[in-house]
Every structure is written in structure tokens, then in C-alpha cells.
Design a protein around this ligand. Structure first.
Ligand SMILES: [Zn+2]
Length: 269
């Protein structure tokens, strides 16, 4: 599950990446909506999708792609793009969270509040409900504990009157009952991959934001250091590979240049 804050930015990134190996339908839908919002008519939108599919190295005349393009364009017509950019957590909301007992429960409450704001922003009449799978909630809150520990988190928040569960437990849903949207902004959340870590960073924990992909991660060993960390684990590998390719290329071109210089000198002599 990926929660986007700006699907126009996503569409531009997909068009640039040219990769349909994962989440193909969703990518086509987001791109289709992007073109609809840029005043393309539906036939032009489908043509753009065919071009994109071809650019990704796929054969758009195959039934599977033809049908997916049709369905994505149809869905895009009905679904407006998500363009919220961020959600704000206010000072009074942070104060309510700070009073909760246990750091994990605070992190969980912050995550649930951000998700409530997110769904309220993208769905009219949402009224504070979150319908996200439990395991997904734990992942977004960056919480890894036993099932008993997880049940305890719910109990703490229910006892504090901050959340309610539906009477019928066959629904995966949580009603987040607290917020104070009039207060001054304390934290801005514009990335819904690691919400729990963003709470930890906002409250002074040893966390940092990756310069490459924007993900907020914990400092190795949980310690701050004088030279700040720059990249998350995945990006550090990517950046290192990119830098070594660049340095090899640089050396190659320098060698070629040197040879050229030598040749031209020899010619002069
Ligand atoms: Zn990164």
C-alpha cells in the first residue's frame, strides 16, 4: 500500500521512470488522470497511455495492455487526483499525544491521527475513519512488537478516549476521535512511508531524512553524530554505485583526453 500526497508528481515520476513491472494498473490510472487534468480528451489520454506502455518496452496491442488502458482511463475519469501535498499536526494535538503513556503508543497515536487527516482530506464525509489493515498500520507507525504488545497499544488509546473500534468487529476500521485543527502547525507530514519515525524525529529522536528519497530513518545504533547522515540504506547503495560509475567514466574520458593530447603532440613533433 502506497499513500500518495500528490498524484501529479507521481505521474511525472512514472513517465520518467518508464517502468510497468509493478502496480501497472495504478500507474496507468494516475497518468491517465494527470492527462485529464491537463485538458486532454479521453481518446488523447488513451493514446498517451499507449505511448507510455510502448516506452516501457511493452506491446500495447496485446489484449492484456489494451484492456488495462481502457479500464485505467475509465477509472481515472471517476477518480480525482490526490493533491494534498501534506497534512499538518498541530501543537495542541502534539500535547495530547505527549501525555499518552509509552513511546510506542504515542507513535501509534500520531500515525493514526495523520491517517485520519489524510483520509479526511481525500474523502468527503470520511469523518475520522481509517480502514487500513492492522499489519499495515504497524508498518506505517514503524512498530515491531509482539501481538500482545500491539493489542496493548489499542487498549491504551481506547482507554485514553482517543480511538473507538466499530461494534461489529468484522470490519477493519478505527475511528480516531481526537484532533484540534485550529491550533498552530507543529509537524508537517508529507511522506506516508514512515509516519512513526517522523514523530520520533519531530520530538528530537536520533532520526534523519534521506537526502535522496526523503524517507525518515533511524540513525544507525540510535546515535547522533557530528557529521550528519545523508542517505537511507537503499539510497546509500544506489548513490555509491552511481558515484563509482561516474568516477570510472571520468577517468575513462580523462584517459581518452590524455591519449588525444599525446597523439596531437606527436603529430606536432
Ligand atoms: Zn533514501
Amino acid at each position: 500500500m502506497r499513500l500518495s500526497v500528490n498524484e501529479h508528481n507521481d505521474a511525472e515520476a512514472y513517465l520518467e521512470e518508464k517502468d510497468l513491472k509493478n502496480d501497472a494498473f495504478d500507474k496507468l490510472r494516475v497518468i491517465a488522470r494527470y492527462y485529464i487534468d491537463n485538458d486532454y480528451n479521453i481518446d488523447e489520454v488513451k493514446e498517451q497511455l499507449r505511448v507510455f506502455v510502448a516506452n516501457c518496452g511493452e506491446n500495447y496491442t496485446l489484449n492484456v495492455w489494451h484492456d488495462m488502458i481502457e479500464a485505467a482511463a475509465k477509472r481515472a475519469k471517476k477518480t480525482p487526483a490526490i493533491l494534498i501535498d501534506y497534512v499538518s499536526v498541530t501543537e495542541p494535538e502534539m500535547e495530547v499525544i505527549a501525555k499518552i503513556k509509552g513511546i510506542r503508543a504515542r507513535r501509534f497515536a500520531f500515525t493514526l491521527l495523520c491517517l485520519k487527516k489524510y483520509y479526511n482530506a481525500i474523502r468527503e464525509n470520511n469523518n475520522g475513519w481509517i480502514c487500513v489493515k492492522h499489519s499495515e498500520l504497524m508498518r506505517l507507525a514503524n512498530i515491531k512488537i509482539s501481538l500482545d504488545g500491539q493489542a496493548e497499544l489499542y487498549r491504551v488509546l481506547i482507554d485514553a478516549g482517543l480511538i473507538e473500534l466499530p461494534d461489529k468487529l468484522n470490519r477493519v476500521a478505527i475511528h480516531v476521535t481526537f484532533d484540534d485543527i485550529e491550533g498552530k502547525e507543529a509537524v508537517r507530514v508529507d511522506d506516508f512511508r514512515s509516519i512513526g519515525n517522523q514523530y520520533m524525529m519531530a520530538t528530537g529522536g536520533p532520526y534523519y531524512r534521506c537526502h535522496e528519497c526523503g524517507l525518515v530513518v533511524r540513525m544507525p545504533g540510535g546515535k547522533k553524530r557530528t557529521k550528519p547522515y545523508k542517505y537511507c540504506k537503499e539510497c546509500a547503495i544506489k548513490v555509491k554505485t552511481r558515484q563509482s560509475i561516474e568516477s570510472v567514466m571520468k577517468k575513462y574520458y580523462k584517459d581518452v583526453e590524455d591519449i588525444d593530447v599525446k597523439i596531437s603532440r606527436t603529430q606536432v613533433l
